[in-house]
Design a protein around this ligand. Structure first.
Ligand code: UDP
Length: 504
């Protein structure tokens, strides 16, 4: 299209699961428009984005800007600038600290206005940064909230925070304003912080105003696909009464081609991570296993399970006799990046798995998208973080849910009840899970003639819908491509309106 003079400023929340889709969004907008894009965050996040962009083979010209930040002012350990490795009881401190980014963000945008003679076309801010609306208003631009989660999960999350419906029931379940009666939610689907929230606690005092402000943005961008979440998008649109553009999936285009396994360099480019286990080894290991035979287990970038759960999961996997790759970290209560101790697993487990080639334990970080795109991968045991969900479905891989935090339990519910691509094993780090249940669910999902086969067929249909949404040729444009074009067109016409009114 070519609108070289326009500028967009992006303000992601400081967590891997937000930074990765923000960067992907920036690249996607830039590829379609040639706009200048500046992503602004705290210094350590900017350094990590810098190394990600530097290792990227694509020639992007995304600008990065540091927003000064002092973690110790907010009761955080020094140099804490992301949720990675942050103890659960300190998560709220990082949210509160993020409010202090308003002043430097305002200063950054004022500087851009001074230099370019007009405000940026828009700010795209994280849903947790409702304050960006005030910044946009006062500086003559608009704020668009970017929702890095799915529509259903977000709608549930917003409705629960703003209505706290569990406060007014004595039952174990509740219905949710905005959701039909049939979608009953269970108290156990609420994270302990949310369960305890009463509107006066520090979590409510952060989330309620920030989400309410974001719900008054100019519009929302959502990392989902119109055809895979019609129900969730209906609820979200009814709730917000704002334009919601579904522009997902924000994953590398190489992963959406109909070819075989991806190159491991894609993971490195995305996350700028050092892979602690030679990534090529994972793929070699998968190559040596049969098609659709391997279970992949991972709980995202910041979660782990309890020691007891870890042991039961290990026994269940071993007893199932199925092959698996497990991204494993120290259990709850230990340093996630610390040394892994064999005593956390059944005696001799890792050696036995290595010797028999039944299982591969990858410590800390694995090339997830490459594993999911490999023909040997059959099912994903996941915490249902939205990036993991989209990555899995884009490869037609069904899911066994083990949601942990944030909106993951609602994602898990939607995957099971609306999409029919998942079955939930358990919830959270406190649940009691025994190895027989693990084996039972594995048997169920690996059974092609029963529920497992059904889930796989449904996942294959979703995969095709995801791929169709990014079609961009003379014959047809997919829904996500159209949504992105519409988003840009709406902003440009808003710009024209504003210039007309300031000239008259
Ligand atoms: N990821 C990865 N390797 C790992 C763990 C995670 O590549 O060993 C990536 C995964 O592919 C996804 C992101 O990290 O893109 C995790 O995001 P998600 O929303 O699933 O969960 P979160 O980490 O935010 O809880």
């Amino acid at each position: 299209m070519g609108f070289e003079n326009e500028h967009i400023v992006m303000l992601p929340y400081m967590a891997q699961g937000h930074l990765i889709p923000f960067l992907a969004l920036a690249k996607q907008i830039q590829q379609r428009t040639n706009f200048t894009i500046t992503i602004a965050s705290t210094p350590l996040n900017i350094q990590s984005l810098q190394s990600t962009i530097a290792t990227s083979s694509n020639n992007t010209t995304i600008h990065l800007a540091e927003l000064p930040f002092c973690s110790t002012d907010h009761g955080l350990p020094p140099n804490t600038e992301t949720t990675e490795n942050l103890p659960l009881n300190k998560m709220i401190n990082l949210f509160v600290a993020s409010l202090s980014l308003e002043t430097p963000a305002r200063r950054l945008i004022s500087g851009i206005i001074e230099k370019e003679g007009r405000p940026p076309l828009c700010i795209i801010s994280d849903v947790f940064f409702g304050w960006a609306n005030d910044v946009a208003d006062s500086l003559g631009t608009v704020n668009v909230s970017f929702d890095t989660s799915g529509a259903y999960g977000t709608a549930a999350y917003i409705s629960i925070w703003l209505n706290l419906p569990h406060r007014s029931t004595h039952e174990d379940f509740f219905t949710l304003p905005g959701f039909p009666e049939r979608c009953r939610f269970d108290i156990s689907q609420l994270h302990p912080f949310l369960r305890a929230a009463d509107g006066t606690d520090s979590w409510s005092r952060f989330f309620q105003p920030q989400i309410s402000l974001s719900a008054k943005s100019f519009g929302w961008l959502c990392n989902t696909v119109e055809e895979i979440e019609p129900f969730g998008l209906d609820i979200l649109r009814n709730y917000l009464r704002l334009p919601v553009w579904s522009i997902g999936p924000l994953i590398p285009r190489e992963a959406l081609k109909n070819s075989s396994t991806l190159d491991v360099s894609v993971s490195r480019q995305r996350a700028g991570k050092k892979l602690s286990f030679p990534a090529e080894k994972c793929l070699e290991w998968l190559d040596s296993h049969g098609s659709d035979s391997v279970i992949y287990i991972s709980f995202g970038s910041q979660n782990t399970i309890s020691e007891t759960q870890m042991r039961e999961l290990a026994i269940g996997l071993e007893e199932s006799g199925r092959s698996f790759i497990w991204v494993i970290r120290p259990p709850v209560g230990f340093d996630l990046k610390g040394e892994f101790r064999a005593e956390w697993l059944p005696q001799g487990f890792e050696e036995r798995m290595n010797k028999s080639k039944q299982g591969l334990l990858v410590h800390n970080w694995a090339p997830q998208l490459e594993i999911l795109s490999h023909k040997s991968t059959r099912v994903f045991v996941s915490h249902c973080g939205w990036n993991s969900v989209v990555e899995s479905l884009s490869q037609g891989v069904p899911i066994v849910g083990w949601p942990m935090a944030a909106e993951q339990a609602y994602n898990s519910k939607m995957l099971e009840e609306e999409m029919g691509v998942s079955v939930e094993l358990t919830r959270g780090v406190q649940s009691k899970i025994v190895w027989e249940e693990v084996k039972g669910v594995i048997d169920l999902v690996m059974d092609e003639s029963g529920k497992g086969g059904e889930m796989r067929k449904n996942a294959a249909v979703i995969k095709e819908k995801i791929r169709a949404s990014i079609r961009d040729d003379d014959e047809e444009k997919g829904s996500s491509v159209k949504a992105m074009d519409d988003f840009v067109a709406v902003l440009l016409s808003k710009r024209q309106e504003s210039s007309k009114s300031s000239n008259s």
